[in-house]
Design a protein around this ligand. Structure first.
Ligand code: NIG
Ligand code: FE
Length: 416
């Protein structure tokens, strides 16, 4: 067993399920504690004086944390990392006043990445995923969800999902795959309602069955939005995915209120994501459900919007709130959960404690993994991050830099 000693602080949410309401502010904070790792799992986290002799006698290695603070590995439960190409020139156009919508309408946006991703080889996508997960790990992420959705046909959606699976075998970050074939209508199916309905039929009749048969995705996602998938189309896709064993997630109320949050809750979705335009009805629906409100403040920031999801009202209403990067080449080109935590506190008025709970245990809950990861507790997988700080408040207080000094996943150091 490995003893991690010389920690200024251990700060972690606790439990094996969702955390709501005022409980999101309650961290277990241990000053001058130690962590003991047994193989891939935590055997102990607490004061050294409370260490049972039976555990102490099995310690045969030691790691000097040099006064760092230990927090759980971040769980980034919403990313789009298997993509090819970048869209920095679109970004530059946005800086000069064009909107995300203008750019998509002129042939850019998601479909620009679809073109590049269709052209990429599977091996290129594997390398892209690996490069992004290495950056994620350097910034403290130990588990990430990863979506397809830049293929938009059978062959390329499968290519993206296989790239996630292949990368997962050597990635520093644990990866959880989601099929997002309903991300956008592909160029060949955009003209007219019949063509669009045809693509929905392809998703339901071909893409999801192939994904399910090859066991390539745990979750199924859809983008319900004006001009993209209607509520009925999104619901059809998610119900089909669920019938094939893939739990729904939903891009909901991102650019307008489509009552997406209530739809997600009614489908028993694992998460409703974005929610910049969620209504009071949507907030109430999530609060009354186990569907996690997954908030992505880096997207508002990067789109230069003043509109952030109502994180404070969602928590106060009792919804389970998580935080993620939305890492993608168009609306949020970042792998940093530290940046996300800073935006959640400074722009959405979450407390640091709430943001840390949202970025770890509640993200794990939305991936259906809260019994295994998301907190530093005996028995869970030993995923944790050492930050170069005397305490967890520095996660926001000392902003704009990378505080991470070491990252462990399954008890092994994976970064730097
Ligand atoms: O989550 N909502 C749609 N999808 C992405 C953007 C993808 C892109 O611009 O490539 C999002 O923001
Ligand atoms: Fe997204």
């Amino acid at each position: 067993m490995l003893l991690v000693r010389n920690l200024s602080q251990i700060a972690t949410p606790t439990g094996r399920g969702a955390v709501r309401g005022t409980a999101m502010r309650t961290l277990n904070v241990i000053k001058d504690g130690v962590i003991v790792i047994d193989g891939e799992r935590f055997a102990f986290a607490g004061r050294e004086s409370d260490l049972a002799p039976s555990v102490r006698s099995k310690i045969d290695g030691d790691f000097d944390a040099r006064g760092a603070t230990a927090i759980p590995g971040f769980v980034d439960s919403h990313t789009h990392i298997p993509f090819a190409g970048f869209r920095e020139s679109e970004f530059n156009r946005r800086l000069q006043g064009e909107t995300y919508g203008d750019i998509a309408a002129s042939g850019g946006g998601i479909n620009a990445t679809v073109r590049a991703t269709r052209e990429a080889t599977e091996e290129e996508l594997v390398q892209n995923v690996l490069a992004r997960t290495r950056t994620m790990a350097l910034y403290g992420t130990t588990t990430a969800e990863a979506k397809s959705g830049y293929g938009l046909d059978v062959a390329c959606e499968l290519k993206q999902l296989r790239a996630i699976r292949t990368a997962a075998a050597s990635s520093p970050v644990r990866l959880v795959p989601t099929c997002l074939a309903a991300h956008e209508f592909p160029p060949e199916s955009r003209a007219g309602e019949a063509a669009r309905q045809g693509y929905v039929s392809t998703i339901v009749g071909e893409i999801l069955p192939a994904v399910s048969e090859q066991n390539l995705a745990v979750f199924c996602d859809a983008f319900v939005e004006k001009g993209v998938f209607t509520r009925d189309q999104g619901e059809a896709v998610l119900r089909a995915g669920a019938a094939m064993g893939m739990t729904p997630r939903l891009h909901a109320d991102e650019l307008s209120d489509t009552d997406g949050a209530a739809l997600a809750a009614s489908l028993g979705a694992a998460s409703a994501d974005h929610l910049m335009y969620i209504s009071d009805r949507g907030i109430a629906a999530l609060a009354a459900s186990d569907t996690v409100a997954n908030l992505l403040p880096a997207t508002s920031f990067f789109l230069m919007s003043d509109r952030y999801a109502p994180g404070r009202p969602l928590i106060d209403a009792g919804a389970v709130v998580s935080l993620s990067t939305d890492c993608n080449p168009g609306s949020s080109m970042t792998e940093s959960m530290q940046t996300v935590i800073q935006l959640a506190t400074l722009r959405m008025k979450l407390t640091v404690e709430e943001a840390l709970t949202a970025a770890t245990l509640n993200g794990a809950f939305s991936l259906r993994m809260a019994d295994e990861i998301g907190s530093i507790e005996s028995g869970k997988r030993a995923d944790f991050v050492l930050i170069d700080a005397p305490g967890y408040l520095h996660l926001v207080y000392h902003f704009g830099i990378n505080l991470v000094s070491a990252v462990f996943r399954d008890g092994r150091r994976v970064a730097p």
